[in-house]
Every structure is written in structure tokens, then in C-alpha cells.
Design a protein around this ligand. Structure first.
Ligand SMILES: [Fe+2]
Length: 192
């Protein structure tokens, strides 16, 4: 079953006040709207990009620490197509590697580790990877977001590896677009 961006937003809004804090909900809206802007500039399906951004962290509705797996299981149980379920798994990991993430090396959950190694990331998944690293509750530079994460979650043995891959991902989109991706978001200047 497909999921519209309208229903995805409803799913998010229903959760306001139901979890330890609402920050992730406004972050998810920022990720979805930024993803739609990028998709539109690349002549992709902007509503699909928006939906995937809105739901990427939906597992936080159930459990913050295990939101990746919880989100995947929740959307599966609700009967949504693989691409919607998969975004919950892929959004935090770059370079097909669960170790390439913010906040330290995660515990080994074999299903997740194997999924990430074997999965061929779609362009939409790469857009969400990047937008997750460009959005607090508003769109900002990679540097701002990475520092925001480091201040909250610390610096770990994989932090430099993750930052390097994050820069590669931005460069990938700069090249696809033929200009700096920040040009799509003039509001970044006001958000600094
Ligand atoms: Fe996120």
C-alpha cells in the first residue's frame, strides 16, 4: 500500500505530546519538506520524497533508542510498501554500513546490519540520508547539524568516518544538481 504525504503528516501530528519530546516531529517535517525541494529540482517524485522524510523517524512514536527497527516493523504491520518501511532502516546509515552513523557504533542487530550491507540505496533514500543531516527543526548546513548531534551525543570512534561520508553525500548531490545544494535553501543563511 502507498502512503501519501498528507497521511504521513497526519501520522506525525497524531503523535504530538505522546512521546518524551516533540522535537523529532518538527525535524521530520523539515526533512520531508527539504527532501521534496531536492526531488523537485532533480525532476523526481517530490511527494514521495516528502512522505519518506515525514516518516523516516516514525519509530520514535514507539521507542527512541530502537526507532529504526520499530519504525520498520510498524509500517510493515500497517501494510505499507517496502520503500516506506525501508526508509526507517536506511536513514541513519551512510556507505552501506551501520557503523557509518552519528552517535557511536550501534549494537549489532543482525537483521539491520545485513539489510544495510545488501541494500542498494535508492535516490530517495540518499536524499533522506542527506536531509536528515541538514535538518534540525529547520534546514541548516551539514556542519551545523553534525555539531548539533555531537553536542548531544558526543564524539566517538566512528565520528570522523561518518563526517567524511556525509561530505561525500553532499558532493554527490552538488554534482547531480550542477550547483551547491545550499542554493536550493536560501533560508539557510537566516538559520545560521
Ligand atoms: Fe531524523
Amino acid at each position: 500500500m502507498q502512503l501519501s504525504s498528507k497521511d504521513a503528516k497526519k501520522m506525525l501530528e497524531e503523535t504530538i505530546g505522546q512521546t518524551p519530546h516533540d522535537g523529532w516531529i518538527y525535524h521530520s517535517i523539515c526533512v520531508g519538506d527539504s527532501a521534496a525541494t531536492i526531488a523537485s529540482s532533480l525532476n523526481l517524485d517530490k511527494e514521495k520524497a516528502r512522505t519518506l522524510g515525514y516518516i523516516h523517524d516514525i519509530g520514535k512514536k514507539i521507542n527512541f533508542k530502537y526507532h529504526v527497527i520499530e519504525g520498520y516493523n510498524l509500517l510493515k504491520k500497517l501494510g505499507y510498501d517496502e520503500e516506506y518501511c525501508n526508509i526507517c532502516l536506511t536513514h541513519s546509515y551512510l556507505n552501506n554500513d551501520v557503523k557509518c552513523t552519528a552517535g557511536g557504533i550501534p549494537e549489532d542487530i543482525p537483521f539491520r546490519t545485513n539489510f544495510i550491507i545488501n541494500h542498494e540505496y535508492t535516490i530517495y533514500e540518499k536524499i533522506i540520508n542527506l536531509c536528515d543531516l541538514m535538518c534540525t527543526n529547520k534546514v541548516c548546513t551539514l556542519e551545523q547539524r553534525l555539531i548539533d548531534v555531537m553536542l548531544r551525543r558526543g564524539v566517538h570512534s566512528n565520528t570522523v568516518y561518518h563526517i567524511k561520508e556525509a561530505y561525500k553525500l553532499k558532493e554527490y548531490f552538488d554534482n547531480l544538481l550542477g550547483h551547491n545544494i545550499y542554493d536550493l535553501f536560501p533560508e539557510i543563511k537566516e538559520n545560521i
